[in-house]
Ligand binder design. Sequence first.
Ligand SMILES: Cc1cc2nc3c(=O)[nH]c(=O)nc-3n(C[C@H](O)[C@H](O)[C@H](O)COP(=O)(O)OP(=O)(O)OC[C@H]3O[C@@H](n4cnc5c(N)ncnc54)[C@H](O)[C@@H]3O)c2cc1C
Length: 382
Amino acid sequence: MPLDRSTQSTDSLDITVSGGSMGGLFTGIALDRTGHDVTVFERSSAALGSRGGGIVAQESIRRFLSRHGIADPDDLTTTAGERRLLTADGDVRTATPDSMVFTSWDALYRRLRDAFPDDRYHAGRRVDTVTPATGRATLDDGTTVDADLVVAAEGGRSATRRRLFPDVTPEFADYVAWRGLVPETDLPASVVSAFDGRFTFYQGSKTLILAYFIPGADGGTSAGERRLNWVWYDTLTGRDRDAIFTDATGDEGSFGVPPGELRSPVERRQRERAVDSLPPAFADPVAATTEPFVQAIYDLTVPAMTVDRVCLLGDAAFVARPHTAAGTSKAAGDAAELSAALDDHGSLGDALSSWCGRRRAYGDRLVTQGRRMGDDRLGLSA
Ligand SMILES: Cc1cc2nc3c(=O)[nH]c(=O)nc-3n(C[C@H](O)[C@H](O)[C@H](O)COP(=O)(O)OP(=O)(O)OC[C@H]3O[C@@H](n4cnc5c(N)ncnc54)[C@H](O)[C@@H]3O)c2cc1C
């Protein structure tokens, strides 16, 4: 018989986390370190750490790493001291001092994964259903796991969210992000020096590309070891979104195609567009990228982040466009504040209400901000 959450103490809870990417690991670590008994289930059996590109390492991410003794943030970050905007010819239109810190998705993921106990991280295990009133999760092999709290950190396509809020759907923003990574050693010295220590942009008509250096595939942050990360926001005017999001095996996704799986005609066409429409400083790294990939840009908001004993956290709850550079830091903040709310309140019900109120307001603000930034920059504002 389940306890009413409003009368349940927040001492040493059993917690199931569905999803073992950034949000799941931030949550697992934060709650494990404050004395809760956390188990993470990640549906993917592949090494997630070999995927992903660049991330702006916001203060909340760096604070999370230091506060939990995971890593010295300097060991997995690169920096820029200037923000540069180029003209179509590649000349410098503006150069403004600005201090930015970057990391890579894989470097951060590896540090977080290493900081969470192996015996409580179960890869290749999908959570199929969650019962909010009891905190029971049923896994894909039929096993059931009972917990005081279930955190669904399942990303933007969370099935738990769909079950809790069937009317909530990701809203396509009418443009995509083409992305790529190039080892620094594959770039001419002139390109390296043009991007070194800078956060560089080019803004064209309904197109925007940016680039910065991130750690190398093995995590190296010194000159010569890094990768150049580029992100090219592009509208799909006159092109078929389904055709772009169908991968080389014929599978039709609606959110993106990972590295190495773009169909040849799609990749060829985008490479031609790069030569025709980007300044040479950006066209060169795009040409040097062996496995470009593409992601849809979309907005997502939920009416609540908790339903009884279930929390939606990270991208499962709110997806703000990447111009906010906040997806990963939002997941870190959600996790750190959930842990703090459980510390600060005696009852599970009070802790979750307080957490939901604060993080929902933040998520809403971020999504609104991302929509405004993206529509302005891509020339899509009404
Ligand atoms: C492989 C990968 C690469 C990425 N690369 C970048 C990047 O380069 N730059 C960037 O800014 N952001 C990247 N992101 C997104 C970024 O991680 C998120 O925006 C942000 O960190 C929030 O993370 P999240 O954990 O909420 O969601 P996600 O990172 O999307 O993770 C959700 C996780 O939940 C798992 N999952 C989903 N459903 C279930 C289920 N039913 N049972 C068990 N597990 C489930 C998924 O397999 C996934 O690992 C990437 C995400 C992934 C998965």
